[in-house]
Write a protein that binds this ligand. Structure first.
Ligand SMILES: [Mn+2]
Length: 417
C-alpha cells in the first residue's frame, strides 16, 4: 500500500486582476501558505509521494518570492525523503522558455514536461519497488491530442500503478468551464488498468468515474467568485487491485463564497441589508463538510435580485462601491463584491387594480384569464388548442397567478422612463 498526496492547479503567482494591490498581494501570499500547509501534511503523514498534476504555475513568469519559496518547500520534502512528481499543464508547459525549467530542483523532484508517458518506479527503504507512476506533461499551451491514449497498460498486478496527467475528461462536472486540452474519455483512462488516476485541469474537486479511481484534486485555492467553497488536495491510499481510499483535505484558508439575496422586499435600510447579508453568509459557511472558516479569510459575492425598496439607490455604481466597502468593513470579511441582478422597486399591485390605467386593464385581463379558459383561448387559440392535457392548462393558469406583480412592475417602470 502507498500513500500519496494529489495536488493540481495551484496556479502560483496568479495575477488576481481587477482587485486592489493589497488584496492581490494577500491572495498570492495565501496561495503560497496553502501550498506550505500541503507540504506540512505530506511530511506529517508521511506520504510516499506527492504528485502535482499540472498548472503549478499560472504562466511562465515566476516572482523571486515564489521561486525562493518553492525551492524551500521542495527541499523540505527532499529532506523528509518524499519524492515529488510534477507534470506540466497548459498554463505551465515545459520547455526552455519557462522559468520553472531552470530552477535547481532537488534530485527527488521529478519534472515531467514531455507528452510521451514516462514511468517512474518508486522504491521503499529496502530498495523494493512500491509503486509505478506513469506521467506525461504538456509541451505547449494548446495540447489538442489525446495524451491518455498513449499511456502504457499496467503490467505488474501486484504493485500499485498510478497515472498522472493534466487532461480534459469528457463528461466531468464543470468541464465546460475549461478549455479542451489533452481531451480524453473515462474509457481511455480505464483502458490502462491503473489503480488511480491523479488528474489536473478541472478546478472542481471530483471523482470522474463511478468506481472512483479517476480524480481531479481541484485547485488548491479558489481564484475567482466562481470557484467557491473549501479547496485543497486529496490524500490517497492505494493498494494494488483495490479501490483507492480517497480523503479530501482542505489546505486553502482563503475562500470565495457567493450568496444570493433575493428576498429583499422588506429590506429598506442599509442596517437591514447588512443583517440579511450577515445571516445568509454565516448560514452558508456553516453548512459545509469542513470547519467553518474565519470571516477574515472569506471573499464574498452578494447577488441582489427581486423587489427591494433599496433598488433606486442601488441603481448607481458609486453607491454599489460604497455598499461593498461598508459591508466588507462591518462583516469583517476579506472582500465584498456586490452584483446587482434584476433588482426592482417593490410594487403595490392592489393600488392599480380597478384603476382606469393600462396597469388596471392588464390586471383585469390576467384575472379574467385565470378564471375563464375562454379568455385564454381567445388570446392565443392555436397554443390553447395544442394543449391536449389538463396538466398543461393548469400550469398556464398557475403562471398567471404570479404574473400580476411582474406586469405592474414592468408597466410602472415603463411609465417612469
Ligand atoms: Mn489547466
Amino acid at each position: 500500500m502507498i500513500r500519496l498526496l494529489h495536488l493540481a492547479d495551484v496556479h502560483l503567482d496568479t495575477a488576481f486582476e481587477g482587485r486592489t494591490h493589497d488584496l492581490r498581494t494577500t491572495l498570492r501570499a495565501s496561495l503560497r501558505s496553502a501550498l506550505e500547509r500541503a507540504v506540512d501534511a505530506a511530511v506529517r503523514e508521511p506520504v510516499d509521494v506527492v504528485v502535482i498534476a499540472g498548472d503549478l504555475f499560472d504562466d511562465d513568469r515566476l516572482s523571486f518570492t515564489t521561486e525562493a519559496f518553492l525551492v524551500t518547500q521542495a527541499e523540505r520534502l527532499h529532506e523528509a525523503g518524499i519524492p515529488v512528481i510534477y507534470t506540466t499543464g497548459n498554463h505551465d508547459p515545459g520547455g526552455d522558455g519557462f522559468r520553472a525549467s531552470r530552477i535547481a530542483w532537488p534530485d527527488t523532484f521529478i519534472y515531467v514536461d514531455r507528452p510521451e508517458p514516462e514511468t517512474i518506479d518508486l522504491t521503499g527503504p529496502d530498495g523494493n519497488v512500491v509503486a509505478h507512476v506513469t506521467a506525461a506533461g504538456h509541451a505547449s499551451r494548446r495540447e489538442g491530442r489525446n495524451l491518455a491514449a498513449s499511456f502504457p497498460g499496467r503490467e505488474d498486478p501486484d504493485v500499485p500503478h498510478v497515472g498522472v496527467l493534466h487532461a480534459h475528461v469528457t463528461g466531468a462536472a464543470q468541464v465546460d468551464a475549461h478549455d479542451r486540452y489533452a481531451p480524453c474519455s473515462r474509457d481511455d483512462l480505464h483502458a490502462a488498468g491503473y489503480d488511480y488516476w491523479a488528474l489536473g485541469h478541472i478546478h472542481q474537486q471530483q471523482a470522474v468515474d463511478d468506481a472512483e479511481t479517476i480524480w481531479y484534486a481541484g485547485n488548491l485555492q479558489g481564484r475567482s467568485p466562481r470557484e467557491t467553497g473549501a479547496k485543497g488536495g486529496l490524500l490517497v491510499e492505494i493498494e494494488a487491485g483495490q479501490p483507492p481510499a480517497v480523503t479530501p483535505v482542505p489546505f486553502a484558508r482563503t475562500r470565495w463564497e457567493t450568496v444570493v439575496l433575493d428576498e429583499l422586499g422588506g429590506v429598506a435600510t442599509l442596517r437591514e441589508l447588512e443583517e440579511v447579508a450577515r445571516s445568509q453568509l454565516l448560514e452558508r459557511l456553516d453548512d459545509g463538510p469542513t470547519d467553518t472558516p474565519a470571516l477574515r479569510d472569506v471573499l464574498v459575492r452578494f447577488e441582489l435580485s427581486g423587489p427591494s425598496p433599496l433598488a433606486p439607490e442601488l441603481d448607481d455604481s458609486d453607491a454599489v462601491d460604497e455598499l461593498e466597502a461598508v459591508l466588507c468593513d462591518h462583516l469583517g470579511v476579506l472582500d465584498v463584491d456586490v452584483q446587482i441582478r434584476e433588482l426592482t422597486p417593490p410594487v403595490d399591485v392592489e393600488r392599480f387594480r380597478g384603476e382606469v390605467h393600462l396597469a388596471g386593464e392588464v390586471l383585469d385581463l390576467i384575472q379574467r384569464a385565470a378564471a375563464d379558459d375562454a379568455v385564454l383561448a381567445a388570446v392565443s387559440p392555436d397554443v390553447w388548442a395544442s394543449l391536449d392535457d389538463e396538466t398543461d392548462r393548469a400550469a398556464i393558469r398557475e403562471l398567471l397567478g404570479s404574473l400580476d406583480r411582474e406586469a405592474v412592475a414592468r408597466l410602472v417602470q415603463r411609465d417612469a422612463r
